[in-house]
Design a protein around this ligand. Structure first.
Ligand code: ACO
Ligand code: ZN
Length: 223
């Protein structure tokens, strides 16, 4: 019996004393003052960043029972551009991206998923591209527990294939994942990127995907 108890304690070690904040989604140790301070700082910045006050001029491109998708274009009013910049900063921070300037800033299209609670809970940034490289399947994909750790080390084919639209960022708020928000963002992008046509999954490409991004993209493109 002792052995069993010990096992349970070990298995739970990683999250021992850890709490997940129900509003910002950060996991931290409430009993650790340093952790707590870090949480307070992150919490405010994050919630301020995703707050959506409603805009006088907003381009609603899709509407759902649990929210809507708003499209922001480069020449939109300052308040819209500023919100996109704030959200992108949070996303880049989470993805560990350095501040990168887009290649054609005046052709970037940003789709924001706005929840019923008036929060930006999803973001997709797309830009026109001419070609993409397919990710080659990894031999050890299914049984490799370390695949989360080989961050962005996928093998790419060196044969380019024509593509139209590159997804430079896709992100969904931690507490809203697996509710098909990313899927709806990509569906909406395919519908709105080029006027009058619905892009095929061959015509869109995910740039530098994370492990999460790759799992999503694989699933999305096969269904
Ligand atoms: N693990 C396994 N399968 C997944 C995962 C995952 N983490 N995420 C999505 N899928 C698959 C599932 O099959 C899912 O369908 P199901 O829930 O019915 O099984 C299907 O994809 C559709 O998923 P959605 O619910 O639409 O995806 P979600 O809204 O959760 O967003 C995303 C996915 C954007 C990758 C999210 O996990 C996220 O924001 N992660 C952190 C940021 C990130 O890594 N973004 C990708 C960066 S790469 C780039 O920007 C080009
Ligand atoms: Zn919090």
């Amino acid at each position: 019996k002792e052995i069993k108890d010990q096992f349970i304690i070990d298995a739970g070690q990683k999250y021992f004393g850890a709490t997940m904040c129900k509003s910002c989604g950060m996991i931290y140790t409430a009993s650790n003052p340093e952790d707590e301070l870090q949480h307070v700082q992150y919490h405010q910045r994050f919630l301020e960043g995703i707050k959506y006050t409603g805009w006088k001029k907003e381009r609603v491109v899709a509407q759902f029972w649990d929210g809507k998708i708003v499209l922001v274009l480069p020449h939109d009013p300052n308040y819209a551009i500023r919100k996109v910049e704030d959200v992108q900063e949070l996303v880049d921070n989470e993805l560990g991206f350095q501040q990168v300037t887009p290649r054609c800033p005046n052709k970037t299209k940003t789709f924001l998923f706005i929840s019923d609670e008036k929060k930006v809970v999803g973001c997709l940034i797309a830009e026109p591209i001419k070609q993409a490289f397919r990710i080659l399947t990894e031999p050890s994909d299914s049984e490799s527990p370390t695949s989360k750790e080989c961050h962005r080390a996928w093998q790419c084919s060196n044969v380019p294939h024509p593509a139209v639209c590159g997804i430079s960022r896709i992100w969904v708020f931690r507490l809203k994942r697996r509710k098909r928000i990313a899927r709806r963002l990509v569906d909406t992008l395919r519908n709105c990127f080029m006027f009058g046509c619905f892009l095929s999954t061959d015509e869109i490409a995910f740039s530098d995907p994370t492990p999460d991004g790759k799992l999503f993209a694989t699933k999305y493109c096969n269904t």
